[in-house]
Structure formats: structure tokens, C-alpha cells
Design a protein around this ligand. Structure first.
Ligand code: ADE
Ligand code: ZN
Length: 319
């Protein structure tokens, strides 16, 4: 039996497995520039975040209808359930779909067709977190928030993702303020490839409650002390960090040092179809590469519920 856990850093578009990509391409009459699933898998050799993002956005062309988003989410939920996930806070990237002529309602209602029945069908409670693409303009983010207004009953929070370096959190101050005024929870990717100062800025300027990745906090002792003191959760993604070359090899991942420092770390899968594993696979990988004890793994699983946006009573039920 896998340890019950919550997944807090998961891009639903990053769960698009090659087999489903080809099935949806055929259903929608979309031509993919790869001969077959094997040829596509061979393209999964990334040098950095941008080289991954290029493929990630390219493959989204197959997602066109509500049913596509429903199938995508159900495929993820089934795999996550098999790996012990009881609760999932799921990112989606509406701007990448709006730019292709797929509207907000198609994305959100399509995902909801799976998420709305997820507790019954998969034993997983869910939340949706809408991410803004940080390499798009602040105006575009604000327009996206506006487009989401009819769907806010389905959306728990906002996040910030895509190419990090050169796009500091401060660029999105106004949209985060507007989202906070609407009662949305706030998270942001920071310190994946970008400097520790982006983590500090995400806390100070965007008011984030949780930092996605946050890996590079270890370069700033004062920031680590602050994250420990304020119990700010970090959603780490070890297999992603290796595939995107944020760390050279898993055995050198700073997770043990981060736990020793008292940071509230969680382990997640990020884009599991691309990075070689779902969240349980990430747990297994850090156990074997880093020699984490069973107590440490249980601490990581416990942290995932503590760091979630579940209310206390829901959290106890999910564990
Ligand atoms: N979008 C999907 N995966 C991402 C990641 N690891 N970092 C930034 N943006 C992303
Ligand atoms: Zn991510």
C-alpha cells in the first residue's frame, strides 16, 4: 500500500502521455510532427526548462474539447490514485489554450467533468489552481483573470509558471492583488531556475502562501530562516529537477539538507508524463537515491496535507 499523500504541484497539461496525445490527435484531426509514440518519447531529452516548455506547449495542440480535458484529468487521477494520492491541487495554464482558440469554459468545465466526480471515482479530493504564464505580459494575466470570473466557483487559487528567468514576480503584483481581493489563494513558481531573490519577492510582493519548487532558497541562509520560521511550504519536484538539469543527479538533490534545515518540504511530480514518474515514483526515487528513512517519507506525506488548501476537517479525512 503506497503512503497516502497529497499532490500540490502538478500541471494537468504535463500529464499528457504520448498514447493519449496520439489518441486525441486522431480524434481531433490534429497532425503531430512525430511518427509515433516512440519517436515522441525520444524527444523527451531536455537541456533546461525552456527546452521542455517548447514541447509541452506544442503537444497541447491536441487538447480541443471539454471531453479532451475530461479524459486528460481522468487519466491523471487514475494514475495518482494507484500511487496513494488522496488529494490533488491541480495547475492549469489557460493562456496556452486561449491562444489556440480554446476558451476558458471549455478548459474549466472539461476538467470539472472529471474533478467533480473524482472523490467518488478515484477517492481523490481536488482543487484547481489557475496559473499565469510569466513570459506573457501582466496585461494578459489580468485579462485571463477577467475571463475566469464566471468560473471562480471552480477555482481555488492562482499560480505563476513558465519561463522564470527574466520574469520576476513583481511583474504580476497587480494581478495578484486583484486575485487576493477575489478571495483566491496564491502560490507561485520561484527559485526553480531563477535566483533566491525571486522567492523573497514572491513572498513580499505577491503574498504567496506556498512556493512552487523554491529549490534555490538554499543559497540564501536568511531566506531559509524565514521560510522555516513562517512555515512556508515548498512544493519540490525531484525528478523534474533532474530532467530539467536544475540538479545534476538525484543523489545530489538538496532535499535531505532542506529537511534537516527544518523546511516544510513536499514531494510532487510537476509534469509526470515528461519527467519519468508520478508522485509515488518521486517518493520511490528519493528513497533509493537519497537514502531517506521511512520516517522521513512519512514526514513528507504528512507535510503534503499540512501544506494543502484543505480545511482542517477535510485534511483529517483525506489522510
Ligand atoms: N510549466 C509546466 N511545468 C513547469 C515547470 N516545471 N516550471 C515552470 N513552468 C512550468
Ligand atoms: Zn511546475
Amino acid at each position: 500500500m503506497p503512503i497516502p499523500k497529497a499532490e500540490l504541484h502538478l500541471h494537468i497539461e504535463g500529464t499528457l502521455e504520448p498514447e493519449l496525445a496520439f489518441a486525441l490527435a486522431a480524434r481531433n484531426g490534429v497532425e503531430l510532427p512525430y511518427a509515433d509514440t516512440e519517436a515522441l518519447r525520444k524527444a523527451y531529452l531536455f537541456e533546461d526548462l525552456q527546452s521542455f516548455l517548447n514541447l509541452y506547449y506544442e503537444l497541447m495542440a491536441v487538447l480541443r474539447t471539454e471531453r479532451d480535458f475530461e479524459d486528460l484529468a481522468n487519466a491523471y487521477l487514475a494514475r495518482a490514485a494507484a500511487q496513494g494520492v488522496r488529494h490533488a491541487e491541480i495547475f492549469f495554464d489557460p493562456q496556452a489554450h486561449l491562444a489556440r482558440g480554446v476558451d476558458m469554459g471549455t478548459v474549466v468545465e472539461g476538467l470539472w467533468r472529471a474533478l467533480g466526480d473524482s472523490e467518488t471515482n478515484h477517492g481523490i479530493s481536488t482543487r484547481l489552481i489557475m496559473c499565469f504564464l510569466r513570459d506573457e505580459s501582466a496585461d494578459s494575466a489580468m485579462e485571463t483573470l477577467e475571463a475566469a470570473k464566471p468560473y471562480l466557483h471552480r477555482i481555488t487559487g492562482i499560480g505563476l509558471d513558465s519561463a522564470e528567468v527574466g520574469h520576476p514576480p513583481v511583474k504580476f503584483r497587480e494581478v495578484y492583488e486583484a486575485a487576493a481581493a477575489l478571495g483566491l489563494r496564491r502560490v507561485a513558481h520561484a527559485g526553480e531556475e531563477g535566483p533566491p531573490a525571486y522567492i523573497t519577492e514572491a513572498l513580499d510582493v505577491l503574498g504567496v502562501e506556498r512556493v512552487d519548487h523554491g529549490l534555490r532558497c538554499m543559497e540564501d541562509a536568511d531566506l531559509v530562516a524565514r521560510l522555516v520560521r513562517d512555515r512556508i511550504p515548498l512544493t519540490l519536484c525531484p525528478l523534474s529537477n533532474v530532467r530539467l538539469r536544475a540538479v545534476d543527479v538525484l543523489a545530489e538533490h538538496p532535499l535531505p539538507a532542506m529537511l534537516d534545515a527544518g523546511l516544510l518540504c513536499t514531494v510532487n511530480s510537476d509534469d509526470p508524463a515528461y519527467f519519468g514518474g508520478y508522485v509515488g515514483d518521486n517518493f520511490d526515487a528519493v528513497r533509493s537515491a537519497l537514502g531517506l528513512s521511512v520516517d522521513r517519507l512519512r514526514e513528507l506525506a504528512r507535510n503534503s496535507f499540512v501544506a494543502s488548501f484543505l480545511e482542517d476537517d477535510e485534511e483529517l479525512r483525506a489522510r
